[in-house]
Design a protein around this ligand. Structure first.
Ligand SMILES: Cc1ncc(COP(=O)(O)O)c(C=O)c1O
Length: 403
């Protein structure tokens, strides 16, 4: 490790709260699917910013939008109007469903907003069904909604009103409903939970239950949304329309902004003074959203995700046939999970040593979230590193039990 890397890491140790498991890399520059560390080494990034840089690092249209807007007006309070907030809201609604938008600064804040929205809509009904292995963020409401106790330990008491059910089990959801239930919160694909895809039957069943019982269906598409799965939103590929849709990550192309889209009659329960956030929907953030939408459309990135994703899944399926350590390959579009019978974290380290950045979640699931702009050659290069890393790890690593 070089002196400059050590210096930065030491400063973190002294001054930054120690809440993240960090890889020993100091990144200083990015372009598309490539990043550079402080020592000048180049890496191929197949997990750009936990999915934030869905268009790749520093997409030129996003940086151009930031440069242009930053000379006009960075922020304006929500006591005034701004043309870009109106335009960004309209463009999101036109690509999802007829409704209205509330802009937030992060994914967790979008989840918190949705919790307030459905509670107010519920008029006394306040329970929300969420799912085992789900992940919704770290603020108190988002944490309480999250279906993984490991994140909640030490932070009790949690916010009441979240009822956990097993994922992809409609009968269990039905059993969990009470007269106090007002909504069901679901990730169409659980990302952090291990890239687990909801079946069409399950999601459609949830929609049916919501319609029959007068409940709201909230889709947390913070990770899956904005093209990652090859459609604008994963719920479209899975044939279901939610009442409330949560977005962040790719939405701002690297700029922190989130959104809650709700059907009109639901959105209207939030009236002036009932909810707010100082930075929400800033001109700068909305300029980024518009640049992201324009890039996805004009660069035809959805089609590109679908074509390239098929090729990746074909290669991974062939690898699975010769590497029994792989127990499952799953996902949709550019949300790809490789489940292993061994601990995947040493494979992340081995890939990093070969200048490839990937993620491992739930100890045994390698997670790839390539940028929609990645090239075929870059994907091939990544798989040329990943495949032998998995094969070598299979020889000699201890098995870990299923989680
Ligand atoms: C599905 C999902 N919901 C919510 C969140 C929380 O988003 P943020 O980290 O922006 O608060 C995440 C973050 O990984 C997520 O993947």
């Amino acid at each position: 490790m070089s002196k400059s890397t050590m210096q930065v890491i030491k400063r973190y140790e002294q001054y930054v709260m120690n809440t993240y498991v960090r890889q020993p890399l100091v990144l200083t520059k990015g372009k598309g699917s490539r990043v550079w560390d402080i020592e000048g080494h180049e890496y191929l990034d197949l997990f750009p910013g936990w999915g934030v840089s869905g268009l790749g690092h520093n997409h030129p249209w996003v940086t151009k939008a930031i440069r242009g807007q930053s000379t006009r007006l960075l922020h304006v309070s929500n006591n005034f109007y701004h043309p870009l907030q109106a335009k960004a809201a309209q463009q999101l609604v036109e690509r999802s469903f007829d409704g209205k938008v509330f802009f937030t600064n992060s994914g967790a804040e979008a989840v918190d907003t949705a919790v307030k929205l459905v509670r107010r809509w519920g008029q006394g009904r306040f329970e929300i069904i969420t799912f085992e292995q789900s992940f919704h963020g770290r603020t108190m409401a988002a944490l309480s909604a999250t279906g993984q106790s490991k994140y909640q330990q030490g932070f009790e008491p949690l916010l009441p009103g979240f009822v956990r059910a097993p994922y992809n089990d409609l009968a269990a959801v039905e059993r969990a409903l009470t007269p106090k239930t007002c909504a069901i919160l679901v990730e169409p694909i659980q990302g952090e939970g291990g890239v687990r895809v909801a079946s069409k039957e399950f999601l459609q069943g949830l929609r049916r239950l919501c319609d029959e019982r007068g409940l709201l269906l909230i889709a947390d598409e913070i990770q899956t949304g904005m093209g990652r799965t090859g459609t604008w939103f994963a719920h479209q590929a899975l044939g279901v329309s939610p009442d409330v849709l949560l977005l962040a990550k790719t939405l701002g192309g690297g700029f922190p902004i989130g959104a809650v889209i709700a059907k009109r009659q639901v959105a209207d329960v939030l009236t002036p003074g009932t909810h707010a956030t100082t930075y929400g929907g800033s001109p700068l953030g909305c300029a980024c959203i518009l640049a992201v939408i324009e890039a996805i459309e004009r660069q035809e990135l959805l089609g590109r995700v679908n074509t390239l994703s098929r090729q990746v899944f074909e290669r991974l399926t062939a690898l699975k046939a010769r590497a029994p350590v792989i127990t499952d390959i799953r996902g949709l579009g550019f949300m790809i999970g490789i489940e292993l019978s061994i601990d995947g974290r040493p494979i992340v380290d081995a890939c990093r040593a070969k200048r490839l950045l990937i993620n491992c979640t739930q100890e045994r699931v390698l997670r790839l979230l390539p940028a929609m702009t990645i090239t075929r050659a870059q994907l091939d290069q990544a798989l040329d590193i990943l495949e032998p890393a998995i094969e070598q790890a299979a020889q000699g690593r201890p098995q870990v039990s299923a989680s």
